[in-house]
Design a protein around this ligand. Sequence first.
Ligand code: SF4
Length: 323
Amino acid sequence: MVRAVGLLSGGLDSILAAKLLQEQGVEVIGLAFKSPFFGVKRAKEAARRLRIPLRVVDITDELLPLVREPKHGRGSAMNPCIDCHALMIRKAGEVMREEGAQFVFTGEVLGQRPFSQTKKALEVVERASGLQGLVLRPLSAKRLPPTVAERQGWVQRDKLLGIHGRGRKVQLELAKRYGIEDPPSPASGCLLTDPTYSRRLKDLLDHLDHPSRRDLELLKIGRHLRLSPQTKVIVGRREGENRKIQEMVSAADLLLEVQGYPGPLALIPGGGREVDWPKAAAICLRYSDAPKDRPGKVRCHGRWEGVIETFPMAPEECERFLL
Ligand code: SF4
């Protein structure tokens, strides 16, 4: 039996690509990647719909150097899509061999994304992944050179598609034909394409050579204010974020909490510079219910136990530090 490993993002395109191959009798194994920048929730749901097994591979350690220094440039934010795709396809090749599969496929559509889904980008990805000829894109196959799977007759090229561009018409019609109710939206959900997350990530990479997973997770919560190269303050915006901060705090951090009034928790990962602590306390007061015309008290825990008394920081000054 012909067996293929498919990159499953969880979006409609990857589901349709799998369906097109299943229709030709190919046994499909799903593959999803996880990292602090994206998860596998939608891929799991897609695998359930398709009734296929799903392999999940964590690529954080290999992806992070590419985020820091992409060989093939970035998309609109910190997303190094071409390098990221090449990494994913290379990993898919490893899984292909482990699973005794013959080829890899993706739900990519030529011309759908201006940076990473041009003909040239797909070629670059394939070359960089070392899997030349073994990557089938069933939704756009007819617009691309025949792959090994087509040349060997494992799949019939004339039953594949030649979709191009950003339109969704063909995909939605196909979803209807396959009885896919409530077709999922195109999957991205990648934080590397999010401008706010990307700004914070860039700041983190500029100030830390080896960020931990916790550092990357912390970028997802609260307001982030950079006070100095050594000191960053993360301020919870609501109850849930304060809880998360509390769960993620370590003994080396400085945790700040306004006394006597409802307010946020503020965290300085790694404790930062002592000279910045009063400023961090002033920021904590700024976002609390404490009166703004007189000094308030902020209790510190972790790296230093004590109380700082200071005026709340003026909103315009806070703005200057916001990432
Ligand atoms: S959007 Fe994110 S997950 Fe997708 S290829 Fe680009 S960097 Fe990788």
